[in-house]
Design a protein around this ligand. Sequence first.
Ligand SMILES: *[C@@H]1O[C@H](CO)[C@@H](O)[C@H](O)[C@H]1NC(C)=O
Ligand SMILES: *[C@@H]1O[C@H](CO)[C@@H](O)[C@H](O)[C@H]1NC(C)=O
Ligand SMILES: *[C@@H]1O[C@H](CO)[C@@H](O)[C@H](O)[C@H]1NC(C)=O
Ligand SMILES: *[C@@H]1O[C@H](CO)[C@@H](O)[C@H](O)[C@H]1NC(C)=O
Ligand SMILES: *[C@@H]1O[C@H](CO)[C@@H](O)[C@H](O)[C@H]1NC(C)=O
Ligand SMILES: *[C@@H]1O[C@H](CO)[C@@H](O)[C@H](O)[C@H]1NC(C)=O
Ligand SMILES: [Zn+2]
Length: 314
Amino acid sequence: MIMVFSIVYLGLLFLPGFCRGQNFGYDGDQGPANWSKEYHTCIGKHQSPINIDEHNVTNVSLPPLKLIGIDNPHQSYVTNTGHTVTLKINESKAVMLSGGPLRDTYVFEQLHFHWGENDFEGSEDLINNHSFPMEMHAVFYKEDYNSFKEALNYSDGLAILACLYEVSSQPNPTYESIVKVLPEIEKKDMGKVLQEPLLLESIFVPDIAKMQDYFTYSGSLTTPPCLEVAKWIDFKDHQQLSHDQLAAFRDIRNWEGNKLTHNFRPVQPLEGREVLHNIPSSHNSNGHSGQRSVKIPILFVALGALVAIFLFNI
Ligand SMILES: *[C@@H]1O[C@H](CO)[C@@H](O)[C@H](O)[C@H]1NC(C)=O
Ligand SMILES: *[C@@H]1O[C@H](CO)[C@@H](O)[C@H](O)[C@H]1NC(C)=O
Ligand SMILES: *[C@@H]1O[C@H](CO)[C@@H](O)[C@H](O)[C@H]1NC(C)=O
Ligand SMILES: *[C@@H]1O[C@H](CO)[C@@H](O)[C@H](O)[C@H]1NC(C)=O
Ligand SMILES: *[C@@H]1O[C@H](CO)[C@@H](O)[C@H](O)[C@H]1NC(C)=O
Ligand SMILES: *[C@@H]1O[C@H](CO)[C@@H](O)[C@H](O)[C@H]1NC(C)=O
Ligand SMILES: [Zn+2]
């Protein structure tokens, strides 16, 4: 018995495809157009990224999107995976996402970046065919499934927040702590704890008033195995990074030891999928709901006082 298992196991290890598949890339042999040779799911009907045509989206008004725990500072660490730079926080279940198009609560797993060879390309999703120099993905798994790995088995397993970046003349101070350690994680599997605790709020939603303005659609992981398990939420608001901050990412090395100059997958066919655009209403644009709930009780107290003055001649 044991021998049969060992042979099957060794066979798996030495399948050339198995080894190559683990080390997908962005050019030639291992490039996105060849991913489906190893991973059949990469030619599915609900793949990401997509081009979002702003003139062909369905306007909707969804319940408020909620992010819990992003205003607490978290000790965090960055890692070079050989495909991207990921950032994780030390506490588990400290940052949660719910509401909007989601029926359940999702737990923050990691965030990572996609970029291009120059400041004119690099984002994965496009807006009206326009490419941005960088895109951030914050990956959350459904709490009921207990772990990121387990959640990958279910079509509603993941929710992913996407932020797009534009190039600016000034460096963005929020990203300095990450950019600064990139030379120290130049090689695959190198990691570094960030010196300062991080406020994820400043990365996810630097302008909280614009948080409810987003596109959302059903899609996949944008890297092999391209599983179709993600609800995408793309914020409409863009963030800024300087040319030097963007360039620092292009200097890290991939799993082969070459500079990881670009790591974005080209857009995939929409295949009739509907892209929703959530229009913020006064009910769900964050800053206002709190004020309203304070004003109403004050009104009642004032009315009560007036009635008391009439009835009791105080
Ligand atoms: C796929 O890989 C082959 C080599 O196996 C390569 O010649 C070809 O250019 C790749 N296709 C694309 C579209 O990059
Ligand atoms: C959707 O909302 C945008 C404003 O955000 C507006 O410009 C557009 O006309 C709306 N589309 C439809 C079909 O109502
Ligand atoms: C946070 O996690 C990193 C990576 O696992 C580890 O090196 C670091 O010591 C942890 N910090 C704390 C305070 O647990
Ligand atoms: C985007 O590009 C596609 C294919 O190149 C084209 O058919 C479409 O009209 C373009 N959309 C916009 C909004 O420019
Ligand atoms: C999820 O998939 C993994 C393999 O990817 C498998 O080991 C595990 O049993 C699956 N869990 C469920 C609940 O299907
Ligand atoms: C517009 O969106 C619908 C899905 O809502 C899609 O089937 C159609 O192909 C899109 N049209 C264009 C021109 O992209
Ligand atoms: Zn990604």
